[in-house]
Design a protein around this ligand. Structure first.
Ligand code: PBG
Length: 330
């Protein structure tokens, strides 16, 4: 008697769409996705972002319509980024109670209450005239500790305005502790902190910087505070530090190019793990699809599935709306 053919046995569960659906163990759903949204001060019409097809800079009115539609489509969460009319050295629009994100948060919370999770990206680079994620010292370097003060104020302003979750993305050391302490002092016990814990200094953020009108002064970059892509284990250290400081959720960013980091973080930590499918990852799929070189929607779903398969519990992606439209309401 010869042994059964192992190839045949595996193929039996691939024969029909129904059997494939039945045995699939990684199923992407609208519950997993968070839509990043940009809201810009002092514009009257939404502005398209050339390098992010399908994504716009919203007015407060249009972001209210957009979020209502996303909820209708079955999505459960959005993350807001602000584009102020005026930028300054300290990024004061990030913590001004009348700053654009705070205005949008108040409107959305009034419209939708707790029906959608409102996440506020917490950083100052969209608001600083030099484009860095913090204030600069006399030598033009980002001053970590002086920046913590600003993040603490921004976190409180966002919580005051109705954010369910604040998401510090600036990679300053000690940022989670500073924000947690300020929220506690202000009596905000409910807002959770989603820490952009392992955020790499990536070349994949280009279209995002178009979306928020950020150009880093003097041809600078963020390598002094974001992680070096050549370091793997340091990501675990970053995450550990953020959890010690009181983070409720952690994030790895970018996503597709950092699946190894997502997988390692999933194995090691018990808190919900987010991954940011960033602007460059999204834009590349669109650009190749536009040339007819790949099937864009299929590649997008394949990428998002890979991110989930690696271990992400939630995915921030510009494809959230198109995915929700393609699957219909669950
Ligand atoms: C910083 C921030 C960035 C992104 C999210 N938050 C840009 C950066 O670090 O330069 C990038 C997101 C994307 O590329 O989609 N506030």
């Amino acid at each position: 008697m010869s042994a059964p053919d192992p190839v045949d046995r595996l193929r039996r569960l691939r024969t029909t769409p129904a059997v494939r659906d039945l045995v699939a163990d990684v199923n992407l759903s609208t519950n997993d996705l968070v839509a990043p949204l940009f809201v810009r001060e002092q514009i009257v019409e939404p502005q398209p972002i050339e390098s992010l097809p399908g994504v716009v800079q919203h007015t407060v009115d249009s972001v209210r319509r957009e979020v209502a539609e996303l909820v209708e489509l079955g999505l459960r969460a959005v993350v807001l980024f602000g584009v102020p009319a005026v930028k300054d050295a300290v990024g004061s629009g990030a913590y001004d109670p009348d700053g654009i994100v705070q205005v949008a948060l108040r409107a959305l919370r009034a419209d939708l209450g707790d029906e959608v999770v409102l996440i506020a990206d917490l950083c100052v680079d969209e608001y600083t005239d030099h484009g860095h994620c913090g204030v600069l010292d006399a030598h033009g370097r980002v001053d970590n500790d002086a920046t913590l003060e600003l993040y603490a104020r921004a976190g409180v302003a966002q919580a005051d305005a109705g954010a369910h979750i604040v998401a510090p993305s600036g990679m300053m050391d000690g940022q989670v502790a500073a924000i947690r302490e300020a929220l506690d002092r202000a009596g905000h016990q409910s807002p959770a902190i989603l820490a952009y814990a392992a955020k790499y200094a990536s070349a994949l953020y280009g279209p995002f910087r178009d979306a928020v009108d950020v150009e880093i002064a003097d041809g600078g970059d963020r390598r002094g505070y974001q992680q070096d892509p050549r370091r793997r284990r340091e990501a675990m250290l970053e995450i550990t530090r953020d959890l010690e400081q009181g983070a409720d959720m952690i994030m790895v960013k970018p996503a597709v190019a950092y699946l190894d980091i997502i997988a390692a973080a999933h194995e090691r930590f018990e808190v919900p793990l987010a991954a940011y499918h960033v602007s460059g990852e999204y834009a590349m799929v669109h650009a190749a699809a536009e040339r007819g070189w790949i099937d864009g929607p299929a590649v997008m779903v394949e990428q998002l599935t890979a991110i989930k398969r690696a271990g992400a519990d939630l995915i921030l992606t510009y494809a959230a709306r198109s995915f929700a439209e393609s699957v219909g309401r669950p």
